[in-house]
Design a protein around this ligand. Structure first.
Ligand SMILES: NC(=O)c1ccc[n+]([C@@H]2O[C@H](COP(=O)([O-])OP(=O)(O)OC[C@H]3O[C@@H](n4cnc5c(N)ncnc54)[C@H](O)[C@@H]3O)[C@@H](O)[C@H]2O)c1
Length: 342
């Protein structure tokens, strides 16, 4: 939590201390970092997660350290009983649970839809029924698709290229509808390629950074899909957590607004591989190229002016600093994080 600027730290603590909040997908990568921050700020956190893409390892450590502050409901957001128990008494619901992989959604579009779209509708209904004040939804920059215009601004139209992207756009629409029709305040945070410690490495669906670091750690050349000239706005997870906290404590309605969460910097996948190779001390192994993956977009970078203006967001951990920290973490922990997707 050292990364939270002191100006915001006291504001977050006074708004969230002893406040009941719910984190769906709180055993996952971003959810786990959000849970850490919420617990450090004194919130009373309920996590619901079915562990379909995570394990309870990190959460168990948080529960052991602060048992009175955290409650874990192991179950699906699609199960009304488990979901009802999870959102009970929550003032803010952070909705992160999702089937989060583009390639997996191409293989199993029905599952992506039911978890990401139907699941979001159920979370909104349950939050409204429980009297929550706000739902903060984890949306995705994949909504912009292959629209060539850069940087991506929220006013641009959505052009989802994959079932995952389409299901996330549906989630944004549902959030806006629940604000419009039921008075439940909502906001959709469109994340751009979030990375950091504890993101899963090892499966065919792993996000690039853990997959590259895992390969370098084994002395293997990492696989780059396509030419590697595709660009992304690689954003350290602290920035995503910061955006969630800013959204949670915002005074006044957000009314279903959509806001980008990125670092505002464009880096190619080849350049990323080079930087991580250097951090790993294995720049010598190079990369191997594989065919481009279906549903993936060519270029992406966030315009972050809207979230800066609306919530006071700024980049709290820059890309270079974040990559260094993340590489260090993986080199130390890789053997225990292998085996999931990012
Ligand atoms: N990581 C990124 O770069 C990125 C980018 C854009 C959007 N997002 C979104 O942010 C959120 C978190 O992503 P992440 O990278 O931490 O992914 P993650 O897979 O690590 O976390 C998602 C969690 O949701 C859980 N989950 C899945 N289906 C569930 C269900 N039916 N019921 C309960 N829990 C369920 C999984 O077990 C996992 O713990 C997701 O909504 C994802 O779509 C992530």
């Amino acid at each position: 939590m050292d990364w939270v600027p002191s100006t915001e730290r006291s504001r977050f603590a006074s708004a969230l201390s002893n406040q009941v909040v719910c984190v769906t997908g709180g055993a996952g990568f971003i959810g786990g970092h959000l849970v850490d921050a919420l617990v450090a700020l004194g919130a009373r956190v309920t996590v619901i997660d079915d562990l379909s893409n995570s394990d309870a390892g990190h959460l168990s450590k948080v529960i052991d350290a602060c048992p009175e502050q955290i409650r874990f409901v192991q179950g699906s957001i699609l199960d009304p009983v488990a979901l009802g128990a999870a959102v009970e008494g929550a003032r803010v619901v952070f909705h992160l649970a999702a089937m989060g992989s583009v390639p997996r959604s191409v293989e199993d579009p029905a599952r992506a839809w039911v978890v990401n779209a139907t699941g979001t509708m159920r979370v909104l209904s349950a939050a409204h029924k429980a009297g929550a004040h706000r739902v903060v939804f984890s949306a995705s920059s994949s909504a912009y698709g292959n629209n060539p215009e850069l940087p991506k601004v929220e006013s641009m139209g959505c052009e989802p290229e994959s079932p995952y992207a389409a299901s996330k756009v549906a989630g944004e629409g549902l959030c806006r509808a629940w604000s419009g029709s039921y008075g439940l305040d909502t906001v959709s945070l469109r994340y751009f390629n979030i990375f950091g410690p504890r993101q899963r490495a090892g499966s065919a669906y792993a996000a690039a950074i853990p997959a590259f670091l895992s390969a370098f750690a084994d002395g293997r050349a990492p696989t780059v899909f396509g030419s590697g000239e595709q660009t992304r706005d690689f954003t350290h997870v602290n920035n995503a957590v910061f955006a969630n906290l800013l959204a949670a404590v915002h005074e006044g309605d957000l009314g279903g607004e959509v806001l980008n969460v990125g670092a505002g910097q464009r880096t190619s996948v080849n350049e990323l591989a080079r930087i991580l190779g250097e951090h790993s001390g294995r720049g010598d192994v190079g990369v191997v190229h594989a065919p481009e993956r279906a549903g993936e977009v060519m270029h992406s970078v966030a315009d972050i002016r809207a979230i800066e203006d609306r919530l006071g967001y700024r980049v709290v951990t820059g890309m270079e600093e974040g990559l260094g920290e993340t590489a260090g973490w993986y080199l130390e922990h890789l053997s225990v994080t292998d085996g999931g997707e990012g």
